[in-house]
Design a protein around this ligand. Structure first.
Ligand SMILES: *Cc1c(COP(=O)(O)O)cnc(C)c1O
Length: 405
């Protein structure tokens, strides 16, 4: 405590609380908890207002620095701690938290793109992120192109224009699970001075090290594995480069993006068990995916770690693990109604969006609408939870028997 702070504290004490009215004493109390409290879980700080000891301290404060506090929106001990842990998990230097994965995507777009710029998105990009580009950025005079997620370096290079400022990557892509040639795509972007951002939610800081591949920005939906509880929405944007972090931080501040201390504490708690949970989801999912490949109604299982899955060679080269998320494509004879009946017949698998939580989930996707030119059978995405793998297979089997009579 500085001498100035001590003086103010002494002054407060001199205004003997006993002489103050109840309403005042309930707001201002001289008790100061002694320093040195230490526990496994850090304290959860809630703040909009942050109190400064003096006007001079307030004036001297720079909201960008993490050596102090300015206002709840710009961070508390709880959010700074989570940002620090995530930066090190991702192998980056800086991290900013956002209220959802989608807001983290939108932050990157808004920080790095301006009128006249062009952005590249993979055809399997997370749907709401793509819609942000199509429906919002287009209105701001920002153009975009969609590229084949399995494009080669040369094919991607042909999509880059003099206005291209940002290349979005997703590994693997949502729903259809193609694992891109990250090294080739990044090389094509770097050759033209285009920044690269990856939605690395699937890898969760475990299966892939994007910065080691030369990617500039790592975005995560912490809503999934980092939280692990299916009860928090949060996103993060991690960087290694100081100047890039500043650009993101300024936009983050101007957009007023902040997260709640309780939610940050939930994610901090989830991080303790992240590697254990991820390994369990991975092991179960691979077993179940391999078993599904042998089922008569299943035409293909889209899981990057399975041989024959799109981009499997890229997964082998760049990844060390896989998440518990994959899709099954039924044979063409299976109608959408039968695929829906299969999902309805599941008991342990619940019907719902998101993944990375304890409970297994199933979602049928309307592929022809999502991917024009789709001429395969119906697709169902499965998120494998933490239930016993045998029980999950039994559930899938009984649902197939009921749906495909
Ligand atoms: C869920 C998800 C998001 C968005 O996260 P929210 O927190 O739900 O907004 C973004 N990208 C991917 C790949 C996701 O799975």
């Amino acid at each position: 405590m500085s001498s100035q702070e001590q003086r103010r504290l002494d002054q407060n004490r001199q205004q003997t609380p006993e002489l103050q009215q109840l309403a005042t004493r309930l707001q201002h109390h001289p008790y100061q908890p002694p320093p040195g409290f230490s526990a496994v879980e850090p304290g959860v700080h809630h703040a909009s207002t942050v109190i400064f000891p003096t006007v001079a301290a307030m004036r001297a404060r720079d909201w960008r620095n993490k050596d102090g506090y300015t206002y709840g929106l710009h961070g508390t001990p709880t959010t700074f701690l989570l940002e620090d842990r995530l930066a090190s998990l991702d192998g980056g230097r800086h991290c900013v938290l956002c209220p959802s994965g989608l807001s983290a995507i939108a932050l990157i777009d808004q920080a790095l793109l301006a009128q006249g710029d062009h952005v590249l998105l993979p055809a399997n990009a997370y749907g709401p992120g793509r819609e942000f580009v199509e429906r919002v950025l287009t209105g701001w005079g920002i153009t975009h192109s969609v590229y084949d997620p399995l494009a080669t370096s040369e094919q991607l290079a042909a999509c880059i224009t003099p206005d291209t400022r940002l290349l979005w990557l997703e590994a693997p892509g949502s729903v259809t699970m193609e694992m891109p040639d990250l090294r080739g795509l990044v090389a094509a972007a770097k050759a033209r001075g285009v920044l690269t951002a990856i939605d690395a939610t699937w890898a969760a800081g475990i299966a892939l090290q994007p910065f080691d591949l030369g990617i500039d920005i790592v975005m995560q939906a912490l809503t999934k594995y980092q939280s692990g509880g299916a009860d928090v929405l949060m996103g993060s944007v991690t960087t290694r480069d100081d100047a890039l972090h500043e650009r993101l931080l300024f936009t983050h501040m101007r957009l007023g993006l902040g997260v709640c201390g309780d939610d940050a504490a939930r994610v901090l708690r989830g991080l303790h068990s992240l590697p254990l949970r991820y390994a369990a989801h991975d092991a179960s999912a691979r077993r179940i995916a391999a078993w599904l490949q042998t089922q008569p109604q299943v035409a293909q299982v889209l899981h990057p770690a399975l041989p024959g899955s799109p981009g499997h060679a890229h997964w082998l080269r760049d990844c060390t693990a896989a998440a518990g998320l994959f899709s099954i494509v039924f044979r063409r004879e299976v109608t959408t109604e039968r695929a829906d009946a299969f999902v309805d017949a599941l008991q342990l698998f619940k019907i719902g969006y998101s993944w990375g939580g304890p409970v297994s989930l199933a979602v049928p996707y309307t592929m022809p609408a999502m991917r024009p030119g789709w001429n395969e059978g119906p697709l169902v995405r499965l998120a494998i939870g933490l239930e016993d793998a045998e029980d999950l297979m039994a559930d899938l089997q009984q649902a197939m028997q009921r749906a495909f009579v």
